[in-house]
Design a protein around this ligand. Structure first.
Ligand code: SF4
Length: 149
């Protein structure tokens, strides 16, 4: 990812994190929201976000649409690069309305950023990007197994 895109994306994440911190949603730190199959939801992200998230390669292990490969032993190992959807989502019911409002506003900003950088929006579920990731290798240099098409 080029410097201009990386800087703009980090700035957006920084502003988003500040708004979420001000809203102060509760997190039970269960890690369930990153185990998509168990939790029953799908993480969508944009082209630039996927590029940032996947830049260092994938962690070891099979990739599945049911969980995020960056969650290891219940923790996110991609915290600095995690996409908007990960940052904004909390299962705190008291935050639900605020979450929708913040999410819509920042997705709008993210779309405008893609336009400014002449990048396709390409907003898709995480596993679509994982499947398409070229020659994904784990930290040990081994190929990552893919158990879905
Ligand atoms: S990137 Fe991190 S926060 Fe987002 S789903 Fe994966 S493990 Fe969870």
């Amino acid at each position: 990812m080029d410097h201009r895109a990386a800087t703009a994306l980090l700035e957006l994440y920084h502003d988003l994190d500040a708004e979420i911190a001000a809203a102060n949603p509760r997190c039970a730190v269960s890690g369930r929201c990153c185990r998509f199959g168990e939790y029953g939801h799908t993480l969508f992200l944009s082209e630039l976000e996927a590029e940032a998230l996947l830049e260092p390669g994938l962690p070891a292990g099979a990739v599945s649409p049911d969980l995020c490969p960056f969650q290891i032993q219940g923790l996110c190992t991609a915290r600095d690069r995690r996409p908007l959807g990960c940052r904004v989502y909390f299962c705190d019911p008291a935050y639900a309305e605020r979450q929708v409002e913040i999410s819509e506003r920042f997705i709008g900003r993210l779309k405008r950023l893609h336009d400014t950088l002449a990048r396709p929006w390409n907003y898709r579920p995480l596993h679509h990007f994982l499947v398409a990731a070229p020659a994904a290798v784990n930290a040990e240099g081994g190929k990552v197994a893919r158990d879905f098409a």
